[in-house]
Ligand binder design. Sequence first.
Ligand code: XIL
Length: 357
Amino acid sequence: MCPIQASANPPCLRLLLIALLAGGCSSPADPDPDPVQSLPALREVSNFPVGIAFQAGRIQASAYNSIARGVFSSLTAEYEMKMRHLSAGPGVYTWDNADALVEFARSNDMQVHGHALVWHESTPSWVENFTGTDEAFETQIRQYITDVVGRYGDAIISWDVVNEAFENNTGLLRQSVFRRRMGSDYLARLFRYAREADPDVLLFYNDYATPWDAAKRGAMFSMIDDFQNRGIPIDGIGLQMHVTYDFPSIDAIGAVMDSVAARGLLVHVSELDVRVNPAGDLTSLTEARSQAQKARINDIVTAFVSLPADRQFAITLWGLRDPDSWLIDFWGNPEWPLLYDEAFRPKPAYEGFLEAL
Ligand code: XIL
């Protein structure tokens, strides 16, 4: 068995280098060879947690397994902790995949960020089509939060309590079933319920587009200010960071990070990927675009590490290899947005991350 796989502890840079010198761990018969990486593992050289969005089905795939635990120190479920995947009915839960991810992280010394308790895009039909009263609806959602947060306790150190509550361009609250059923102050009550479920877990609001959408950004900071004025618990902000190689400006990104930190909150770059083909002009990744992506990653990590150390929560990559990225289906263009290529080789973008540390 490969020494990386056999290790009870998270594999360190040394093991990765041993694998390199030994010619890797794979045998010709292995259809899923272990990766061989000569670059330092991010978890070994970073002063803050570096996360990966992961899927339970990849725990048994040796290349994914080795890189996830060898290179990253934090884990977010890419979808298996969302409400639609956890709960098929009131009080009815399917824990297997979430449990497997938490156990994988625990046994490899990775912290777990919970994503996401409430998201309008992942609402099960029993919630979407709830037939009881508004009061009964809120009781069920509160119970859901209590059950999910309570199940994992210290094994999950932080949760996105609400994901993407504000509309693009207007900053108005989306008319989700949660907003319709619970009223205009529903965000505050969800955060309170999460705090009641666990007094220690860190509570995040997570959203996209805040660097370039002034209305959404304004709404988010109004929410933060309101929460802080009223004593509603909130510990941090997730900035999803689905960006392109040339948009938005790094100044806009840095300014949002700074504003979050200035309010005393933790900054999580929570879903980092960098599209290199937003206009659809590429059919393969060019060296120039790959270098632009490297520079972009470097700039974002540089902005993050310039924050006060106690405001730096984590940077999480939204997937491992380019072909795994959700962006390919979402936008329909060929894309190469992540740090690893299809053969599990770190790209120049990986070096861009390293060089900012
Ligand atoms: C995406 C996942 O990557 C997909 O696998 C899933 O099918 C849909 O959700 N913003 C978020 C993430 O907060 O949860 C989304 O993840 C991407 C956009």
